[in-house]
Design a protein around this ligand. Structure first.
Ligand code: FAD
Ligand code: NAI
Length: 475
């Protein structure tokens, strides 16, 4: 007789593992199946985010930023260093340790919350009375039954046609996080989030980085005033960014990768690099789910079709995270996972997509929530804008990190905050205040009247709010 669960979650990334914990907290007997293996073949729950995404990329961003500071900005603070060196193997080892701490943390949380963990692949066998039979194939094969099934199988890197990832020369995010020594020449295709973050890591460590972007606009989804400021900073740091290119061919040779492309003027260009990162977006992952066995509906992109409540076309089958529509972000996946568990319990949670923050962890960091100025213009919405540069912020000056600004957009009549856009130090942390404000539908005046600690970077948010009403105090 198969083991029976109230809730079976397939996928143990941020969407799945958090859904499993919340379901267990709500009193459901819960299983989570995840197939990710560590280097020794053991379980490594946490998905893309923990293993080859958010966590390891931030570990390398931190290490490479320390190196850059030691090499460039310590001297401004009167700190001298001789014989600065990098031990890439140690850097990667530290990153692996951080990943393992997170894997182990999730296994601990499963135990603590009494979630039964299965290490292996979960796929639909058939619909049965009172639920779905799920085949688990891993070190052992077994079959379990779930009354409710939550699918959280994530996404995979999209490859360029004719240039499959070999993870040696042509790298996805996975290979990009494992380069064993600093390549002299690194090519990056796609100047999106991964391209900029990974390009920054290896540039800081000494690579000559060329980023080739298909679109004519840099970071088209970002408020363009912020994107322009970021572009200026990246170019100054030495990132070569070419916009409006059309990739023709990628050939991996023995010692180099050759990319031929047409530049924005239509001229044919040949670029030779030692490694090439291809970061041109991700595709939802439903491989191995055996969706056909139960008639699970996918859309034309291969994503699982869901309604606003993350319900699929099948009764009691739900899907969350990268495998469904919406931004491919860990925190979005988590919010959906929690909401689905609560819906199964008969509660009425709500995920507000308008207040999902975005962060690009480059230096300067870029973070935003809500609408951009170009979106408001396109909508024909009347708005007021206020900006405040970090150059005028005392804490930023003391830190020696004055690039960028906070920009706030508010409704022209009601003063409700419609968007906050930041490029600069700790934008990733500063954005949280804006998210809270927008969740509570605050006005710019509300932020302007709140006491912010001095000296702090967050005073720039207050000043941007004051700027909406043209009354900054320090600029
Ligand atoms: P995933 O994390 O992809 O997890 C899915 C899990 O399901 C995997 O473990 C997979 O092995 C497993 N699985 C799939 N099919 C099966 C099956 N049939 N049976 C069993 N298991 C299965 N987002 C942020 O918010 N902030 C960041 O800083 C950030 N940085 C990123 C950096 C990089 C380099 C990349 C690639 C992504 C980054 N992301 C970031 C995006 C983030 O990683 C994803 O949005 C997030 O991981 C999605 O969570 P998920 O649970 O939907 O899927
Ligand atoms: P992306 O969607 O952020 O950027 C892809 C870029 O590649 C775009 O600018 C696109 O125009 C360009 N592109 C697409 N096809 C191309 C082609 N043929 N030639 C040249 N350029 C091309 O995707 P990316 O960077 O792969 O990241 C995937 C997702 O992972 C992100 O969208 C994000 O959701 C998530 N992520 C989030 C992070 C964060 O929150 N800090 C960090 C890294 C990834």
């Amino acid at each position: 007789m198969s083991q029976q669960f109230d809730v079976v979650v397939i996928g143990g990334g941020p969407g799945g593992y958090v859904a499993a914990i919340r379901a267990a907290q709500l009193g459901f007997s819960t299983a989570c199946i995840d197939e990710w293996k560590n280097d020794k073949g053991g379980p490594a729950p946490g998905g893309t985010c923990t293993n080859v995404g958010c966590i390891p990329s931030k570990a390398l961003l931190q290490s490479s930023e320390h190196f850059e500071h030691a090499g460039h900005s310590f001297a401004d603070h009167g700190i001298g260093l001789d014989n600065l060196s990098i031990d890439v193997a140690k850097m990667l080892g530290r990153k692996d340790t951080v990943v393992k701490q997170n894997n182990d943390g999730i296994l601990y949380l499963f135990k603590k919350n009494k979630v039964t963990f299965f290490h292996g692949r979960g796929s639909f066998a058939k619909a049965v009375d009172g639920g779905y039979e799920i085949a688990v194939t891993g070190t052992a094969s077994e079959s379990i039954v779930g009354k409710h099934v939550i699918l959280a199988t994530g996404s995979n890197a999209r490859s360029l046609p004719g240039a499959p990832f070999d993870e040696q020369k042509i790298l996805s995010n996975d290979g990009a996080l494992r380069i064993g020594s600093v390549p002299k020449r690194l090519g990056v295709i796609g100047s999106g989030v991964i391209g900029l973050e990974m390009g920054s890591v290896w540039r800081r460590l000494g690579s000559e980085v060329t980023v080739l972007e298909g679109l004519p606009t840099f970071l088209g989804a970002v408020d363009q005033q912020i994107a322009k400021e970021a572009h200026k900073a990246f170019v100054k740091q030495g990132l070569k960014i070419e916009l409006g290119v059309k990739i023709d061919k990628v050939t991996a040779g023995k010692s180099a990768v050759t990319v031929t492309y047409a530049n924005a003027n239509g001229d044919a260009v040949k670029l030779e690099v030692d490694k090439l990162i291809v970061s041109i977006g991700r595709v939802p992952n439903t491989i191995g789910l055996n969706a056909e066995a139960v008639g699970l509906k996918l859309d034309e992109r291969g994503a699982i079709t869901v309604d606003d409540h993350c319900h699929t076309n099948l009764p009691n089958v739900w899907a969350v995270g990268d495998v469904v529509r919406g931004p491919m972000l860990a925190h979005k996946a988590e919010e959906e996972g929690v909401a689905v568990a609560e819906r199964i319990a008969g509660q009425h949670p709500h995920v507000n997509f308008n207040t999902v923050p975005w962060v690009i962890y480059t230096s300067p960091e870029i973070a935003w929530v809500g609408q951009t100025e170009q979106q408001l213009k396109a909508e024909g919405r009347e708005y007021k804008a206020g900006t405040f540069p970090f150059m005028a912020n005392g804490r930023a000056r003391a830190m020696g990190d004055t690039t960028g600004m906070v920009k706030m957009l508010a409704d022209a009549t009601t003063d409700e905050i419609l968007g906050v856009h930041i490029v600069g130090p700790f934008a990733s942390e500063l954005i949280a205040e804006a998210v809270v404000a927008m969740e509570f539908r605050a006005s710019a005046e509300d932020i302007a009247r709140i006491c912010h600690a001095h000296p702090s970077l967050s005073e720039s948010t207050k000043e941007a709010a004051l700027a909406v009403d043209k009354r900054t105090l320090n600029f």
